[in-house]
Design a protein. Structure first.
Length: 356
């Protein structure tokens, strides 16, 4: 490891939406950031490429290590190599609908994967005597059918293999904190979005589609349940909460949410309004996007985080939609320019036909 004086962080899920914003935040605070990268046949580092420098050329602040939450040996090896001060366990198969299609894999990565990471941490802490702080990426999906507003005191009633796996990860984390005295925090984060959101989550699916329809690149948008309510915040605000939890004197669990909620239909209306289109002419129902069990209403009560961590969301619902629409309009314009110049539409433009 380099002789850097700042802290060292290890992030699983560094290539995901939250991993990229968290990496930016930690680098801005002088951290050396190490990420666990899973092997893929195509490059999967788009979201962090702007932060990554060729280690042959400059002293890097971001370094990547191959590993996988399904492979405990790789996690132990990365932990021993990096010797981090803080661990952020963000890696997961994070798509709720997909978790009904690949439940065992989802449980293996989101549930057991957390246990593998915690065991690696326990062994490392015992052997080295080092004090490492650990953040676990929990989810409002754990609340499932529990009535809103949901807080740290609301009992879990998960409604998907993903939600059940996250609830297991939450309790594994509490168990390791109580049993071994480790500094472990559970964040219970409500939905958070951004221009970097995966294109099969509903918000990004909608902003991509509306902007592509606007530029004549797509005709229709197919959606499932428009009545579900979610408490949508901005991912950049939520990674700040993760960091704040690990700076607190004692390890604890915190709900992170805006405290306001909207239906999927309201998100669709506002998005299409922003590009000057009437949504009802373009949006069609497709039952394949329904879930075998739905989570109807999530709205968080983050008063504990507001009072203890002094955490506040800075981006409201309208601003979030505007930010995502602006970014996707620019992508659609680039796509249009390529097509006008006689090139095929880029691969990502086909996301609309993927069945999730
Ligand atoms: P995301 O964009 O789907 O990113 C997931 C990350 O996990 C990616 O880096 C992915 O790698 C990695 N990953 C997947 N399988 C893995 C495996 N077997 N081993 C190691 N890494 C693996 O998710 P996100 O929105 O950033 O969310 C971050 C975390 O917070 C997740 O655990 C999610 O479940 C949780 N969470 C998210 C929200 C939300 O609204 N965004 C709310 C509550 C909780 P690839 O890039 O290679 O796929
Ligand atoms: N993805 C998707 N696609 N969702 C749709 C669609 C569609 O075509 N049509 C309607 N929806 C509804 C879903 O049924 C759900 O009620 C809501 O839109 C939100 O779906 P997602 O954006 O896929 O998010 P999620 O709430 O299921 O899960 C996200 O938030 C969790 C926190 O509560 C994910 O980021 C999870 O990883 C995260 O833990």
């Amino acid at each position: 490891m380099s002789g850097r004086v700042g802290k060292r962080a290890l992030i699983t899920g560094i290539t995901g939406q939250d991993g990229s914003y968290l990496t930016e935040l930690l680098v801005s605070k002088g951290y050396e950031v190490h990420g666990v990268l899973r092997r893929a046949s195509l490059f999967n580092t788009d979201r962090i490429d702007h932060l990554y420098h060729d280690p042959h050329q400059v002293r890097p602040s971001v370094l990547l290590h191959y590993g996988d939450l399904a492979d405990g040996a790789s996690l132990r090896h990365v932990l021993e190599t990096v010797q981090p001060d803080e661990i952020y366990n963000l890696g997961a198969q994070s798509h709720v609908r997909v978790s009904f299609q690949i439940p065992e894999y989802t449980a293996d990565v989101a549930g057991l994967g957390t246990l593998r990471m915690l065991e690696a941490l326990r062994e490392h802490a015992e052997r080295s005597g080092r004090h490492v702080r650990y953040y676990q990426a929990g989810s409002s999906e754990m609340f499932g059918a529990a009535a809103p507003p949901q807080s740290e005191n609301t009992p879990f009633h998960p409604r998907s293999p993903y939600g059940v796996s996250k609830a297991a990860a939450h309790w594994y984390s509490i168990n390791y904190r109580e049993a071994y005295g480790l500094f472990i925090c559970n964040g219970i984060l409500f939905n958070h979005e951004s221009p970097r959101r995966g294109e099969t989550f509903v918000t990004r699916k909608v902003t991509r589609a509306a902007t592509r329809i606007k530029l004549g690149l797509q005709d229709k948008l197919y959606l499932g349940n428009l009545d579900a309510r979610r408490d949508w915040g901005f991912a950049g605000d939520y990674v700040a909460a993760m960091w704040l939890m690990l700076q607190h004197e004692v390890p604890d669990d915190f709900v992170i949410a805006t405290g306001t909620s909207h239906t999927v239909r309201e998100f669709v209306e506002l998005t299409f309004d922003q590009v000057g289109l009437d949504w009802s002419k373009y949006v069609e129902f497709d039952p394949r996007y329904l879930r075998p069990a739905e989570v109807d209403f999530l709205e968080g009560d983050a008063s504990k985080a507001r009072s203890i961590l002094r955490w506040e969301p800075t981006v409201g619902f309208n601003e979030l939609v505007r930010m995502m629409v602006e970014s996707d309009l620019e992508l659609a314009r680039q796509e249009r320019t390529l097509i006008n110049a006689g090139h095929n539409a880029p691969e990502r433009g086909r996301a609309t036909v993927r069945q999730v």
